[in-house]
Design a protein around this ligand. Sequence first.
Ligand code: 13P
Length: 258
Amino acid sequence: MNKKYRKTVIAGNWKMNKTPSETKEFMNQLKAILPKGRWCDVALCVPAVCIPAAVRAMRETRVGIGAENCNANASGAYTGEIATNMLTDAGCKYVIIGHSERRAMGETDADVNAKVLAALEAGLVPIMCCGESLEQREADITEEWISMQIKLGLAGVPEDKVRKVVIAYEPIWAIGTGRTATPEQAEEVCNSIRAVVRKLYSSKNARAISILYGGSMNEKNAFELLAQPDIDGGLIGGASLVPEKFVQIIEAANQPTV
Ligand code: 13P
């Protein structure tokens, strides 16, 4: 992290877990144990039907609620889809875009790009995900692959909006596997993502953009991962489902940085 130049963001991704009633229960438990005073930005991205319960419960707090996906179109005949203005109207601040689990269902870089642009237009903070497979890491093409995902995902994002995008680096082999990237491995890729942003935009934007790590981040390994200079937070799956664990990760993000 480098709190002087950019925001630290701890974001939960609930994936397909918890009902609206369970959401209410979780949020009330979380509220009771949230650290007091100044801390990093905290987001919880929840299943669409849980958004109203989450927004209602966290209204008086600094926790922002987000969605796990959106559709890039403004409205129309897209059965089952949710537009960005519906999310903002429901009280969302964030939206996860291009998670590897959605890419595995057929989402392309062009889809990711259209969604990022739509989210920015609506005033949402897009949490744009990227990440390599184990085969790609072993073939030593991680950097090229991630660089391509970032370039395609950010295409057309104007210079004055790019720092609103939060990038999440999530190596696919580390998601839900308990196999975390080492702090050095995660730092290396997050640093290279910042270099791509520098090349595409400017040093100022590269310095200001928040880059998160995701993939088996938990209350035990968060401190060390967040101590890396280019890791500005986490996108947390499993550990964000347990209030105590999630709070411990927020506390790890409160560590002093240079
Ligand atoms: P886990 O923390 O469960 O590995 O999930 C990571 C993730 O995919 C967050 O988006």
